[in-house]
Design a protein around this ligand. Structure first.
Ligand SMILES: [Zn+2]
Length: 313
């Protein structure tokens, strides 16, 4: 039932035939349901979570990111590899490229962005939003497998579900973005709040509106269709699958990075600033208040947020 590794991605990223002891897991979280499949690959227990739901029925701005991350955490997952289909903002990042992003710009508008809505103020550090240790492991595995990946890049996250205008694409380029997509925020933020190691490999499916290839072959702006995106994604998905499974096969359970202390390593805000705070939400500092209170995390119980209707872990 438990799993140590998580993969968040779309159809095709995992191949049920490659896995042993496959089972479907329906989780009920304080934020709503999450459906996963779990299986074993070379001794590693992996949970597969289709971000948009089993039938790809949830649009990016309506994805229940909190339920997804909560469910993985509750299952025991500590390390998560995610995929995301993106558009390219740079002529030299062609459709079909894989990019291990290491930063993001957030242009989302309507999404719940934190587990810490009340009870305790948490400002989680975003110096290294995508776990550097996982990113290095992915890049190393890609080299070993002979897969061409770009290590590093800034993900511009937009609200969607519409595609971007040509003016927006020009703006994102000027801001230093490399790829643009609709799902990495708040997923990466929530994973950090949950003290999970989390990395994303982007599948570039198209050029952003108005961007042409470096060699001039795709200079004319073409209307972008979802079918076009799906076609390129289908060609990239087997490479992502190989990369993820082979990376997991060499990862251990040790996490010598800062992710496990992303929240618990913070001094409560009142103490940090030398005042006493408001006296609320500072009880039980350390691991008990940090991260998500889920079974097995040492806090005991179901981990429901203090009767506040599920707005805080
Ligand atoms: Zn980490």
């Amino acid at each position: 039932m438990k799993a140590q590794f998580g993969i968040i991605g779309g159809t095709g990223v995992y191949e049920p035939d490659l896995l042993e002891d496959l089972e479907t897991i329906d989780m009920d979280t304080p934020y709503g349901p999450a459906v996963m499949q779990a299986g074993t690959y070379r001794g590693r227990r992996i949970a597969f979570l289709p971000r948009h739901g089993p039938g790809h029925q949830t649009p990016p701005h309506r994805v229940n990111y909190r339920a997804n991350i909560w469910a993985l955490k509750e299952l025991g997952v500590t390390q998560v590899l995610a995929t995301a289909a993106v558009g390219s903002l740079q002529p030299d990042i062609a459709p079909g490229s894989l990019v291990i992003v290491d930063n993001f710009l957030d242009f989302t508008k309507t999404r719940p962005v934190t587990f810490f809505e009340s009870g305790r103020v948490v400002h989680v550090d975003m110096t290294d939003p995508y776990c550097g240790r996982l990113r290095q492991a992915l890049a190393k595995t890609a080299r070993r497998l002979g897969l061409a990946v770009r290590a590093g890049g800034t993900y511009v996250c937009v609200e969607g579900p519409r595609f971007e205008t040509t003016a927006e694409i020009r703006l994102f380029q000027a801001f230093g973005g490399h790829v643009v997509g609709m799902t990495s925020v708040p997923e990466v933020v929530l994973a950090k709040e949950a003290e999970l190691c989390y990395a994303t490999v982007c599948m570039v499916t198209n050029y952003g509106a108005g961007i042409g290839a470096a060699d001039g072959t795709a200079g004319a702006p073409e209307p972008l269709t979802h079918q076009e995106v799906l076609k390129v994604m289908g060609q990239s998905v087997h490479r992502i699958r190989e990369l993820f499974l082979e990376t997991i096969a060499v990862l251990g359970s040790e996490r010598p990075c800062r992710c496990p202390q992303a929240v618990s390593g913070q001094a409560p805000l009142g103490q940090r600033h030398g005042d006493t705070g408001d006296g609320k939400g500072e009880q039980g500092n350390g691991s008990n208040v940090a991260g998500l209170h889920v079974p097995g995390s040492g806090s005991g119980g179901r981990g429901e947020p203090d009767g506040a209707g599920g707005d805080r872990p």
